[in-house]
Ligand binder design. Structure first.
Ligand code: FAD
Length: 292
């Protein structure tokens, strides 16, 4: 099923992200993670893709596992480390495995190497256009409520986001954020720029204080005082931090839904127990069919 159909159904949707393993040995566990997450009946499950494309075989296997469970799959595809021809061949391989939905991404520029080569996509926008030109794919893109870390200002970031929308992007999924007001302001700016496709709010339940430090360093995400207090106070106690992180993410989601945001994507970090607790916390709030 196309993600655009899921998002335009009128229902509130909660979807989840999983990531493939780096090595063969991790595959059985990753498949179990997929099955446990699929059992929560998310609106769809997205499967990430290494910027270097090295784990693309595992990404394909996990996409198949999601589909076997009857949940729609969204396969991520990055273009930073391969030629255009190789990236499009990968998209066709996904299609041959029944994947209809692609999240088209540039990927982070590798610290070493020769990016960009003349035969490569420079930005996600051109990949989105080429995927849409091939017909039948539902194509999503990434957006950044606080601006992408390489962007000099919001205006420029929004300009290029609009280019992605104009290239045919069917929806956007946001980078994680911990302050909902930042997301609301971003939605307003996007709408003012004429971006009308659905924007899915990306929520990361932080259950480990070290994880925040790393994620924030990579993405430049702002950590509000209230959240910093939680991490400082409970960071050394894994049980307390997990409980507080789940409660914080749940509150963020409830506030988003109460404010009219219809689509939420949970960055599960391959922790089905965390996703399951959030779904339980929302069981009376999100539309059926969802696990209670
Ligand atoms: P782009 O849209 O190409 O934007 C990158 C930068 O270039 C931005 O600063 C933008 O403003 C600027 N820009 C865009 N177009 C132009 C233009 N025409 N001219 C000049 N500047 C331009 N990474 C992975 O490796 N694997 C994943 O599976 C993955 N999944 C992700 C999922 C989500 C929801 C998000 C938000 C991010 C994900 N990432 C993933 C990270 C992503 O690859 C990085 O943030 C990357 O640095 C940017 O990718 P993009 O597709 O947003 O790039």
């Amino acid at each position: 099923m196309k993600i655009s159909q899921v998002l335009n159904s009128g229902n509130v949707t909660v979807s989840c992200e999983v990531f493939p393993p780096k090595k063969d040995a991790g595959l059985p566990h990753a498949k179990e993670v997929v099955q446990e997450i699929a059992a929560l009946h998310p609106a769809f499950v997205s499967v990430t893709y290494g910027a270097g494309g090295t784990n693309s075989g595992f990404a394909m296997e996990l996409a198949e596992e999601v589909q076997k469970s009857g949940v729609p799959v969204l396969s991520h595809l990055t273009c930073v480390s391969a030629s255009k021809a190789d990236v499009l061949a990968k998209a066709e391989a996904f299609r041959a495995h029944g994947v209809e939905n692609i999240l088209a991404l540039r990927g982070d520029i590798p610290k070493e190497g020769t990016y960009p080569r003349p035969d490569q996509y420079l930005h996600a926008c051109a990949l989105i256009a080429d995927l849409k030109a091939r017909g039948s794919f539902c194509v999503g893109g990434a957006c950044y409520p606080e601006g992408h870390i390489e962007s000099p200002n919001w205006a420029e970031d929004l300009h290029y986001l609009k280019e992605k929308a104009d290239a045919g992007c069917d929806f956007f999924t946001s980078q994680m954020f911990f302050d909902n007001d930042i997301f609301y302001a971003f939605l307003y700016r996007a709408l003012s720029a004429g971006i009308t496709v659905p924007i899915i709010a990306g929520i990361m339940p932080v259950t480990n204080a070290k994880q925040i430090a790393r994620s924030v360093e990579l993405s430049g995400t702002c950590v509000p005082r209230r959240f910093r207090c939680i991490a400082d106070h409970f960071g050394d106690d894994p049980v307390a931090m997990r409980q507080a992180g789940i409660a914080y993410a749940t509150e963020q989601i409830i506030d988003l839904i109460a404010s009219g945001v219809k689509h939420i994507h949970i960055y599960t970090m391959n922790k089905p127990d965390v996703a399951a607790q959030i779904f339980r916390n929302l069981s009376g709030i999100i539309d059926p069919p969802h696990a209670d």
